[in-house]
Design a binder for this molecule. Structure first.
Ligand SMILES: Cc1cc2nc3c(=O)[nH]c(=O)nc-3n(C[C@H](O)[C@H](O)[C@H](O)COP(=O)(O)O)c2cc1C
Length: 424
């Protein structure tokens, strides 16, 4: 982090008591830090503490003529290599997700083109609230990186997920985002680095412009009667992130989604389905395509004797369900007459991940399998992170555990490479 410039936004959570320590660690690592305090943040930590520890003025007012003359809010938002929000309150996350800009912190976050890392901290109920869940999905879709929160005891006496990540963990996440140190300017082979003030960040390369990719996502629901169904725990988070990453690289994306909890990304053609058989039909209708990513957790079976009316509990015992296998969409598309050049499947496994995924790849006839261990203790199913093993013709490749957004970006890159090379 030597020489890097950090803009640290401190919002109004009790965990703000940890940010002076974060400021100290950032400076110890050789980076400079400018602090911004929300009015809520100022209830927990003083501007004096932050400016003394950072050795720089602490900013808090948007409409401050002196400050605007010295360093305007736009300039402040662009003058960092990384913006860190710690603690990120439910309130500030909501503002970020919905584009509100009614104070200095939220305006900076709207005006910036710098990567943003948030360290959320809040009561477990606030963290689990559907509104916060929706906002988290939007922020992930907007490429906002997140560290924590951790699980544990809270200042309010409750226990659960919502504690701000420790300053050391935030430092580690910052180090990962900032990457290796810049090459020295004296190295003739190194690319010329302009001072950050004049850097114009290019848009993400649109390497998939003109390509059509089908992405399936989410669970399927297989009706038992009009009100009951068989489902699984898939949230659709990974499929949604993949569709967004492909869209960002310029692809036209047909996004066939089961009833997922994660909202579909904008800018893609959304086809909503309920059952595996409907998903199969929607995928057929979406062909031809250059690539297909089958990330949905499709139910293996459907109920053949599903009732038209609600089955009543009348004391005569549980109804007996007859089941039949659903169409295997991955195997079907891998052998279809209009087979996309690249077919990618997902394998949710709980045991022998690599062996099972390798066997699945040859059984289905697809090009790549992205296998993940969905044992309950991994927290992957329905969570925000994934640990992928990618199985291709050339073998298995273990990816480090990372956010589903990062998995999506890495996969989109690999898809662009494969379509470019004509390789699989
Ligand atoms: C004692 C106290 C502790 C609080 N802790 C948190 C917290 O940890 N996380 C959070 O999201 N909100 C917390 N709040 C509520 C926020 O301070 C409140 O939503 C405020 O409007 C946030 O403003 P800001 O996001 O602009 O800083 C707390 C409030 C009080 C009174």
């Amino acid at each position: 982090m030597q020489g890097k410039r950090i803009l640290l936004i401190v919002a109004g959570g009790i965990a703000a008591y940890k940010t002076p320590e974060l400021v100290r660690l950032i400076r110890k690592a050789g980076a400079s830090v400018t602090t911004v305090l929300t009015s809520g943040g100022a209830q927990f930590v003083t501007p004096l503490t932050l400016s003394a520890l950072s050795n720089a003025p602490c900013h808090s007012e948007l409409f401050d003529l002196t400050r605007e003359a010295e360093m305007g809010h736009i300039e402040l938002s662009r003058s960092a290599d990384l913006i860190v929000v710690a603690p990120a309150t439910a309130d500030l996350m909501a503002k970020m997700a919905h584009g509100l800009a009614d104070d200095l912190a939220s305006t900076l976050l709207m005006a910036t083109d710098t990567p943003v890392l948030i360290a959320p901290a809040m009561n477990v109920r606030m963290w689990d609230h559907p509104a916060t869940r929706r906002n988290r999905a939007i922020l992930a879709d907007d490429d906002i990186d997140m560290v924590g929160p951790d699980e544990g005891g809270m200042a309010c006496g409750e226990w659960g997920e919502g504690r701000m990540a420790e300053p050391e963990a935030i430092m580690q996440a910052m180090g990962e985002l900032l990457g290796p140190p810049a090459p020295a300017l004296t190295d003739a082979s190194a690319p010329l680095r302009l001072p950050p003030e004049s850097v114009i960040i290019p848009p993400a390369p649109r390497r998939l412009a003109g390509r059509h990719v089908i992405v399936t996502s989410g669970p399927t629901h297989e009706p038992i009667d009009p009100v009951r169904y068989i489902a699984n725990r898939s949230s659709g988070t990974q499929g949604t992130a993949i569709a967004a990453a492909l869209r960002d690289m310029g692809a036209r994306v047909t996004f066939v989604t089961g009833p997922a909890t994660s909202p579909p990304p904008s800018g893609v053609d959304v086809v909503r389905v309920e059952t595996a058989r409907q998903m199969h039909e929607a995928v057929q209708a979406a062909l031809p395509a250059d690539a297909a990513v089958m990330a949905a957790a499709v139910a293996d079976w459907h109920v053949t004797n599903a009732a038209d009316r609600k089955v009543k509990k009348d004391g005569s015992g549980a109804p007996s369900l007859q089941m039949a296998e659903n169409p295997d969409i991955l195997a079907w598309i891998s052998r279809a007459a209009q087979r996309p050049r690249l077919v990618v499947g997902f394998a949710a496994e709980t045991d022998d991940v690599v062996a099972n995924a390798t066997a699945k790849r040859s059984r289905k006839g697809c090009d790549w399998i992205l296998a993940n261990d969905v044992s309950p203790e991994t927290g992957i199913m329905g969570g925000d992170e994934n640990a992928i093993t990618m199985v291709t013709e050339s073998g298995a490749e273990a990816w480090p555990r990372m956010t589903k957004v990062k998995v999506a970006r890495r996969l989109a890159d690999r898809i662009a490479d494969a379509l470019q090379d004509g390789a699989r």
